[in-house]
Design a protein. Structure first.
Length: 182
């Protein structure tokens, strides 16, 4: 018979993805009380879920293709992921603001209803440049770590061909390695 343990219960709020979304929202300062010109927060949780999936996919398709991270929890750098999520959020927000931008004039006063798209895109470009630089450094580092201990000199290949383990080579591999096929 199992005994109830209050400390074993996890809640939706304890989910690593939820915690990450709260941290992104905190960093972007997207709270109703801080958004003076809009009613509420700009991005809902379901937006951030999509942005996180897109950011994880961006990492997965960037050469050199490394391990595919599928969750916030196993991603190697929270800051790097946060930067990319912010870039995607700002680009998404820019599309919305561009679509809803309307300039009108009445009595000599001109009003723009939603003219934040250029500002959002400028911030997104800045974050994207920072993200790209950090991502490339991180991928190079991970690539080097995976290759460490697995890179051999050409002398290893010659030793195999000289008779120690030449059975694993087909004729084409030998010719490409500089040895005659006959």
């Amino acid at each position: 018979m199992s005994q109830f343990n209050a400390f074993a219960i996890t809640t939706y709020a304890d989910n690593p993805t939820q915690k990450f979304m709260r941290n992104v929202r905190l960093w972007m300062q997207d709270f109703a009380q801080m958004n003076a010109l809009i009613d509420g927060q700009e991005f809902e949780d379901y937006h951030f879920e999509l942005f996180i999936d897109m950011a994880l996919d961006d990492w997965a398709v960037t050469p050199p293709l490394m391990r595919r991270y599928t969750t916030v929890e196993d991603f190697p750098s929270k800051w790097l992921l946060m930067l990319k999520v912010a870039v995607i959020a700002l680009e998404s927000g820019a599309m919305l603001h561009a679509r809803n931008n309307l300039n009108y004039s009445d009595g000599g006063i001109t009003v723009a209803t939603s003219d934040k798209a250029p500002v959002y895109l400028a911030i997104a470009d800045r974050f994207q440049a920072q993200y790209d630089q950090m991502k490339m450094r991180w991928l190079k580092s991970m690539n080097a770590e995976q290759a460490y201990g697995g890179v051999h000199s050409e002398y290893t290949l010659q030793g195999f061909v000289a008779g120690y383990n030449a059975s694993g080579f087909d004729g084409y591999s030998l010719v490409r390695a500089g040895f005659s096929a006959g």
